[in-house]
Structure formats: C-alpha cells, structure tokens
Ligand binder design. Sequence first.
Ligand code: GLY
Length: 346
Amino acid sequence: MKSIIVKASKTYEVKVGNGLLDRIGQTLKEKNIQGRIAVISDKKVFSLYGNKLISSLNVAGYDTVAYTVKGGEGSKSGKDYLKILEFLAKNQFTRTDTLIALGGGVVGDLTGFIAGTYLRGIKFIQVPTTLLAFADSSVGGKTAINLKSGKNLVGVFNQPEAVICDIDVIKTLSKKDYACGMAEIIKYGMIFDEELLELLQDGMENHAEEIIARCIDLKRIVVEKDERDNGDRQLLNFGHTLAHAIEKASKFRIAHGQAVAVGMHLITERAVEKGLCEKQVLDKLESLLVDYDLPVAVNIETEELFEITLVDKKRKGDEITVVMPEKLGKCYLKKMSVNEWKEFIL
Ligand code: GLY
C-alpha cells in the first residue's frame, strides 16, 4: 500500500493499494470520521461494490444511506444535483455527517460539489473506481456539474477528507474505461515525467500501484503549489481544451479519456508542425496511445472544435492558455490571443 499526504487548504491522505474497500469502515474510524454516511454512486458501480462498501461501514458502526445516479456525463446535471440535495435533506443529514463518492469522475465531481454546497459544506471522501479517477479527478478538490453550454461550468474547489484507491477494481473495468483512464495517466508522463512514460511502455499491468501513486504524487506537487488553478495546475489541462470540445461536438458519444487522447495528439501534431516541439514527443505519444487502445484522431472538423473552445471556461477575455508540449516529460503554458489560437490550430 502507498500513502501520499496532500497538503492543500486541507491536509489529507490518499491511499493506493489492494483490498482497501474491505477495510474502509476501519479506515474511516481511524480518521475520526463520525456521524452518518451517505454513499453516492452510479447504478453500475454500486451493483459491483456497494454491498462491500456498506457492509464494511456498517461493521465499523456507521449508519448509512445510499443514492445512485444513472451514470455518465448526463448525471453531472443540475437536476441530479438538486435531487441529491433533497435526498440528503429528507434524510436529515447535518454538518457532522459525511458523503462518500463511490465511482468514477462523474460521481466524484458531482458528490464533491454537493458536499461543498449542502448546508454550506459537509465532509466528503473520494472512493474512486476508475483509473481516470484514481490518477486524476479524485485528488485536488475540483468539483463541478455541467451546463448545457459546456462541461464543468458550475463548481467549487473542495478538498476531500481522504481518498481511498482500491486498485483491485481495475479488474472489473471495461476495455473502454481502462483505456480512458490510461489517457490521463499518459498525460501525466507527457507533462512531467519521462520515467513514467518508460514504465507505461513496460506495461501498466506490471507496475499499476507504482504508476497510479506516481501520478497522484505529481498531482500533489501541482495542487500544493497552485490549488486554485491560477498557474501551474493548468498544465494538467494538456489536451483538455480540445477534449472538452470533442466531447461536446460528439454529444458525449466520445468519452472524456478518448477525447483527451485525441486532444493531446492534435496539439502535439500542431506543435511539431510549427517547430515548437521535438518530433520524438509525437512519436512516443502516438505509440503509447495506440498501445493502450486509444484513438489519435476523430471525424470532427477542427474548425468546429475551434469554435467550441471559445466558450471554454479556461478562456479569459481575448486570451486562451494552451498547454504546449516541448520535449518528453515537459509541457509549458503558452498564452495566446483568440486569433493566435485560431492560426495555430487550424
Ligand atoms: N483534472 C485537472 C485538475 O485537477 O486540475
């Protein structure tokens, strides 16, 4: 088991290892979590792990309730958000109680936002169940729901009390979810860590705990430096401005991880064409994406993607900050005017 301590506006532990779901009740006792617990999950994840989680909580003496959403980006909606608030109020949840997000990025983001706003804030714990959520979304306190106009447009920074990553769940991931998580993991290697790229080339199955813990530690460093996303944290958006546009243009038929893969590839391709990035970066990225069953292109006009990027929340007035690849394991932030961005990408 690996333990990473994140020292942000709140200090909390991220545990990564096998068999952690069975011991979660005990873990929460050790962390002095008191009161009742509401488990928020999606139907599929809850059917796989709900009983295990709830029985561990009950054995440790916790009184629990559970709420499941349908799952998928559609569940990060204002409607689901309000329904869960009503559920908590009806069950008389108070500020001394705690929420657990059992699921992937959708459930984690939704639950974190509810925890940040219900009664002006109650505690929550992330129990991620996808690779994407292990390596990225469960750590660092970004929470949000979507608007019709775009993804994650309403949210708060809200750090969890703890993050428990039971890597046994990797065994039950679908091929697509596995691949999507790998896109975020490859992202960490591309931005910060050439050695991580080598571990990935050697095979996720040989180094899962080390690779996940390494991504979380990289995220810890970034979040400790720039919790509120005003500087270096924006590096984690490598490929994401385009990815959000791809997701939207495809009406969310293209999943986030697949869109991130294409977004990273497109921006790296352009950076190489403009002489801003070494060609070997594109070659390495492409070979890893292909090895991990990820797409490198989609059938959507870049012009359409460009238009959608203009409503991205990362745009500030006439300026857009682009995460630019430079060499293996190194990206940097480049501010561009909307015209420069257009010229670069089209
Ligand atoms: N997923 C990017 C971030 O947490 O900043």
